[in-house]
Design a protein around this ligand. Sequence first.
Ligand SMILES: Cc1ncc(COP(=O)(O)O)c(C=O)c1O
Length: 363
Amino acid sequence: MSFSRSKMIRPTIRRMQGYVPGEQPQDKRYIKLNSNENPYPPSPRVVEALQQAISGDLRLYPDPVANRLRDKAAEVYGFTREQILVGNGSDDLLTMLMRTCIGPGDRVAYPVPTYSLYDELVTMQDGQIVHVPFPQDFSLPPQLGEVEAKLTILCHPNAPSGTMPSLAQVDKLAQHVRGILVIDEAYIDFAEETALPLIHKYPHVVILRTFSKSFSLAGMRVGLAFGHPEFMRQLLKVKDSYNVSRLSIVAATAALEDYAWMQQNVAKIRATRTRLTAALRAFGYVVYDSHTNFVLARQPGVNQQLMYNSIKDQGVLVRYFSSPDLADCLRISVGSDEEIDALLTAVQHLRQTAPTQHGTAHA
Ligand SMILES: Cc1ncc(COP(=O)(O)O)c(C=O)c1O
């Protein structure tokens, strides 16, 4: 039986490709610079807390709303428990937002290129995707606030460009947007200025955070949403009953208890980011000023698939996007200094063996 043509499957789902995450190869060990994971381990306090929790009562369900973590996050970020919701990664919180707000034909607007999961989630709801293209320099498109959308999403800083507008610009956007403004701050700890204060000003703003990047906990799957208590109560209705495991709650709470550990790792990653950016620019790449733990390197008009393959052959994985607007780019996660040295050696290798395309600097 062909389920791909079966009427049992909703037409929308039949037509969908499904989100394609970055490769997570199991065959051999690569230097992984393709999923924006943190090269440094989580705090030893996280590991200690997990070890204790493992010998605890795993046969019991977790707290469905993860109040221990909500209370810790409320204390750290200066909110109340009721303004915070916990998700199985911030992807889970994005799904809850879509389920809550988007029905057939409802518009969801965001600047592109951005995190491509947004497209899949809108499609699943039979919603209407409204792409508002970024200008060349990835500044905030002024039309974004004019779209009559139920949800407007701002990836802040943006993936895959790593760029971000000023807080004043985001505040202005919040004033213009009619529906809910979702600000996805997955990478904000690597930037300078969070939009969290806007939660105190605007009831229609929701901010998403994750433990996957700065806190080195991608494997635990925990995210936070901040917003108006009444809106949070609506989101709670569509949550999977026990969406966050006992161990994940323990790990994220312990990570917040050792905030300084995260900040130390972020400082190291920022220093390596500066060095990586300079080295890629010296190779002739256009590299956008990054406020994240990755950089987007562009060689205008030169498809980067060959470079991607060559780097992979040398044991380093980066992210190549085949879509026409990004095919001349590579997105490279900021690894440890040793990992970045290996990446730069791998890039240099192709420049030396195929200098005509990959060795010349472009204006
Ligand atoms: C912009 C953006 N938002 C959200 C996520 C999802 O993060 P999580 O691991 O918390 O689901 C990612 C993951 O790469 C991301 O890049």
